[in-house]
Write a protein of this length. Structure first.
Length: 137
């Protein structure tokens, strides 16, 4: 967790410095329209790196060190059960397409949302059926 927190906090600090530089450039009246949005976006990226980076840093102080955090660790210390990974499924893709259709309803009209919600309901039902069977349909 220490390495992950350091990477995210370094990215956050870099974006904070770049936001200040971008804001300073924006003080010139020629670039004010371009830099006002960029400063806000860089500030948002700074916060997006700060939130998980701070959380990982907080947890790295409270948990026992992992083998990945020890520079003198051997490969055998990191061996063991990696975890359980989900099987392949088409339903996340179908749910993503449903979300796309619902978002497109803002552009093309409510009729697209009807297809999107129908597709979303079928994706949720498909996930439920697949999880109860224990495999791909």
């Amino acid at each position: 967790m220490k390495i992950e927190s350091r990477v995210l906090l370094i990215i956050s600090a870099f974006c904070a410095v770049m936001a200040v530089v971008f804001w300073a450039i924006g003080l010139n009246r020629v670039y004010v329209d371009m830099t006002s949005g960029g400063t806000i976006m860089l500030g948002a990226v700074c916060l997006l790196g700060l939130l998980p980076g701070g959380y990982y840093f907080w947890w790295s102080r409270r948990m026992t060190p992992r083998a990945e955090d020890d520079p003198n660790a051997t490969q055998a210390q990191g061996a063991g059960v990696v975890g359980v990974f989900p099987g392949n499924s088409i339903w996340p893709f179908v749910l993503g397409m449903a979300a796309l259709l619902v978002a497109l309803s803002l552009v093309f009209g409510f009729w697209t949302a009807i297809f999107g919600f129908t597709l979303a309901i079928s994706a949720v039902v498909g996930v439920i059926i697949e999880s109860r069977r224990g495999g791909v349909l």
